[in-house]
Design a protein around this ligand. Structure first.
Ligand code: GN1
Ligand code: MG
Length: 371
């Protein structure tokens, strides 16, 4: 969703970056839950159009944003080299950081906040909802390929910018702390949701346990594989570029698979208030699985592939506990635009968890069919 508003600040900040031409259009992109994103179009004297993404990074979520940018700089350099080898050109395949006029990879000061700029890939979109079935299959392939391409990237080069980001047991512990602290005085009203999550604590901890015992490996993963984080080419309907590299860091492939399913295979939006509209669409699940497993077979271990459904289940419960903890804290982390927004998000996730429980056998059979 794009909106117009007062753009004096992004205009002023944009001028600090090495961009060409004069601004001819600015829109705000409201689809992310954390950062503020502006799409800026410029034209130069010859009439050449260029587009950029300017973002203000949320420093509540990312307490060390400079490290986030150092990670992104390394990963984008690496990906561009790889994609150039694979496709002949990385032009529409890879985000590139646009530096400031003083040569930095971000602009940061107390008054303005923390800003960065990327090239914008035109004639391609990140979708909040599957509009054409094939897009979700393509997204599965793109996220699978992303992992494969990063397979020999040295994980020790990356900062863990949000420690324990997908450590589900720690997320559940944080929920318990939020219940105890009850900062916003909301705990009593959500006892049912708290009980629902905590009664599933043991299954929710399995993936982390498998990581700790070495049953599944730590890899360099994306960690935020929502459908809207892959750009689909307007002309070819191909998934061309994985975006939002803020959380690329050590993680597990099964959570990347799972997060994409959690978001994209749901029949409702992540914040759909009418739960009757929220279910797990097995047809969509199968399309994503076919794309993803097709790419990673022979690269992921058999245990990882067998654990993909558990990845979906785990990350859905994890997001429920994160949204609920933020609701209890008084909505400090995720952007909210309607009353009880984080509670609504919690409930969609819990509906999906129930759906996965009832469709568990089918979810497993589908993974086995494509491996
Ligand atoms: C946040 O900002 P966005 O929308 O890309 C969050 C993810 C959640 C997601 C839920 C750094 O991602 O972990 O899965 O919201 N990112 C961070 O929509 O916390
Ligand atoms: Mg993100």
């Amino acid at each position: 969703m794009n909106t117009t508003c007062n753009f004096d600040i992004p205009r002023k900040i944009f001028d600090l970056f090495c961009c060409e031409g004069e601004i001819t259009d600015i829109t705000k992109n409201n689809s992310g839950n954390i950062n503020q994103t502006y799409i800026i179009t410029t034209h130069d004297k010859q009439g050449t159009k260029r587009m950029y993404t300017l973002q203000q990074v949320n420093t509540y979520a990312f307490s060390e944003p400079a490290k986030v940018m150092e990670n992104i700089a390394k990963v984008t350099d690496y990906l561009c080299e790889k994609y150039t080898k694979l496709y002949g050109s990385a032009d529409r395949r890879c985000l590139r950081i646009v530096r400031t006029k003083t040569g930095e990879i971000y602009h940061n000061n107390e008054q303005d906040g923390f800003w960065r700029c990327f090239n914008y890939i035109d004639r391609a979109k990140g979708y909040d909802k599957v509009e054409k079935l094939d897009h979700f299959y393509m997204a599965g392939r793109a996220f699978g390929e992303f992992q494969k391409v990063l397979a020999d990237f040295d994980a020790s080069e990356l900062y863990e910018t949000i420690p324990n980001f997908h450590n589900t047991p720690k997320r559940l512990e944080a929920l318990k702390r939020a219940v105890e602290q009850n900062k916003a005085g909301r705990a009593k009203s959500v006892q049912e949701e708290i009980d629902f999550i905590l009664s599933r604590e043991s299954k929710a901890g399995k993936i982390q346990h498998m990581l700790e015992t070495g049953e599944i490996p730590l890899r360099v993963t994306h960690n935020d594989t929502k459908l809207n984080n892959v750009l689909i080419d307007d002309d070819t309907d191909e998934a061309i570029c994985v975006i939002d590299l803020d959380t690329v860091m050590p993680g597990t492939s099964v959570i990347d698979f799972g997060d994409a399913v959690r978001f994209g295979a749901s029949t409702g939006a992540e914040d759909e208030p009418d739960l009757s509209k929220v279910s797990l669409d097995l047809n969509l699940y199968e399309l994503f699985t076919k794309g993803f497993v097709g790419e990673v077979t022979g690269f992921l271990t058999e245990t990882e592939i067998d654990s993909l459904p558990l990845g979906a289940y785990t990350v859905t419960l994890e997001l429920a506990s994160r949204f609920l903890a933020d609701y209890l804290d008084g909505d400090l982390y995720f952007k909210t635009t309607m009353p009880d927004h984080n509670l609504i998000r919690t409930r969609t996730q819990l509906k999906l968890v129930k759906e996965m429980e009832s469709k568990w056998d089918a979810m497993n059979e589908i993974v086995q069919k494509y491996k």
